[in-house]
Design a protein. Structure first.
Length: 419
């Protein structure tokens, strides 16, 4: 009877965990055979009982389950560890509970009908638990998980390790009171189950924060573009006055002054409406940043020789160009010059923004810029946003700060749809 109960519980566990895990972690293998092997291995792991007073066995199968997760699923290591801890605590709690009930009935030499009743009760409870569990799984939101940073996954993995530690404590020092054991087991199952909606809530919160930041950036960029368009409208509005001045110079015979005034007028208009590329969004951003740099007394030197017509006009592309130039303007280059290059490297669009700097620039071990400003909470985010935007466009990014020259270099595949 004990073997029947354990087989039923192990089958229910392995079936539900095998179905649920791909919702949280992408499968490493798409073909059917590796996935069948994955399910069989999980069933084998679930078959080995979590035995009271055998802590070493619990640790061994915890490691085995973690290796199973790493082998058959993809994702960051911290993410896989977090879900390994959550699911193994569920497996361990049910395995320990079923075995404890078997040992308890064997100790009292219970009648056969009690054994049947126990099998039925444990099976119903297990099915009921996983029925509720699957509600959370079916309502899973992948975007929420994708919004997690490595730091958040680190915190999650740390918290997720708490329920398995409780199971380990139960295994190493089993409580003599059965009621206390059932309460402890219920706590582990509840804590592990609550982790799933909690993870999604944290992910949604982080996703909304990023969306608000993106909206704020987009609003700021649109305001700058609108300001640049307003300058063009003012210029056009004043054209009659400019022509009047030129006509006056000509009437007075001061042709040199008329020519000089006309050249200045043409230069001013050219600065407002330069066409750098075939991409209208890039042109609007560059014109806007050119005006901003000029207002700040900085010369923005732009070299554009890339065919950008195949680049999708997107928020991410806007973030890359606008934030890079904004950061350079805010850095106040010591020579008051910023160089921006838009070119091609094979099938990739290459964007380079560089400026001279004085003082210290710190580059972290992961290649990120570490702000030297006192308000670290609100600064140093521009580079992070740029890096995330480039990643969403399937591009690569490099940052360097050598010989007092700070450079941001991004390579974006051309002919793709940016998000």
């Amino acid at each position: 009877m004990s073997m029947i109960l354990h087989l039923i519980v192990s089958f229910i566990i392995s079936l539900n965990v095998t179905t649920a895990m791909p919702v949280f972690l992408p499968r490493r293998f798409e073909s059917r055979i590796p996935n069948i092997i994955s399910g069989i291995l999980l069933f084998i792991v679930s078959l080995f009982p979590i035995v009271p007073d055998f802590a070493a066995l619990f640790i061994f199968f915890c490691i085995a389950f973690t290796l199973w997760t790493i082998l058959f699923f993809k994702g960051s290591m911290l993410r896989r560890i977090a879900f390994s801890a959550i699911f193994f605590s569920i497996i361990g709690a049910w395995s320990y509970l079923s075995l404890y009930c078997i040992l308890l009935t064997a100790e009292f030499d219970s009648p056969l009908w009690i054994d049947f009743a126990l099998i039925l009760l444990i099976s119903i409870l297990c099915i009921a638990y996983f029925s509720i569990f699957r509600i959370y799984v079916n309502n899973a939101d992948e975007k929420s998980l994708d919004a997690f940073t490595e730091r958040l996954w680190g915190y999650t993995a740390f918290i997720a390790l708490c329920p398995p530690l409780v199971v380990l404590l139960l295994v190493s020092t089993p409580p003599e009171n059965p009621i206390l054991l059932f309460i402890s087991t219920a706590f582990v199952l509840t804590a592990s189950s609550i982790m799933l909606p909690l993870i999604y809530q944290i992910g949604r919160s982080n996703m909304l924060t990023k969306e608000n930041q993106t909206l704020k950036e987009r609003t700021g960029q649109y305001k700058e573009i609108e300001a640049e368009q307003e300058q063009v409208r003012k210029f056009k509005h004043d054209l009659l006055n400019h022509f009047t001045v030129i006509a006056t110079y000509l009437d007075l015979g001061e042709n040199d002054k008329a020519i000089e005034y006309f050249k200045k007028l043409g230069a001013d208009f050219s600065n407002l409406t330069k066409t750098y590329t075939k991409n209208s969004l890039i042109n609007a951003i560059l014109n806007s940043k050119y005006q901003k740099a000029m207002i700040n007394g900085i010369e923005l030197r732009i070299e554009a020789n890339a065919d950008t017509s195949s680049l999708e006009e997107s928020t991410d592309l806007c973030t890359l160009i606008a934030n890079s130039i904004d950061n350079a303007i805010e850095a106040k280059p010591e020579d008051n010059k910023i160089d921006v290059i838009l070119t091609e490297d094979g099938s990739n669009f290459l964007f380079i923004c560089s400026n001279r700097y004085c003082g210290e620039r710190k580059i972290g071990s992961d290649g990120t810029l570490m702000t030297t400003k006192d308000d670290k909470k609100n600064h140093g985010l521009g580079i992070k946003n740029i890096r995330e935007a480039v990643k969403r466009m399937d591009g690569t990014m490099e940052i360097s700060a050598e010989n007092n020259l700070f450079t941001v270099k991004a390579s974006i595949p051309m002919g793709r749809n940016a998000l």
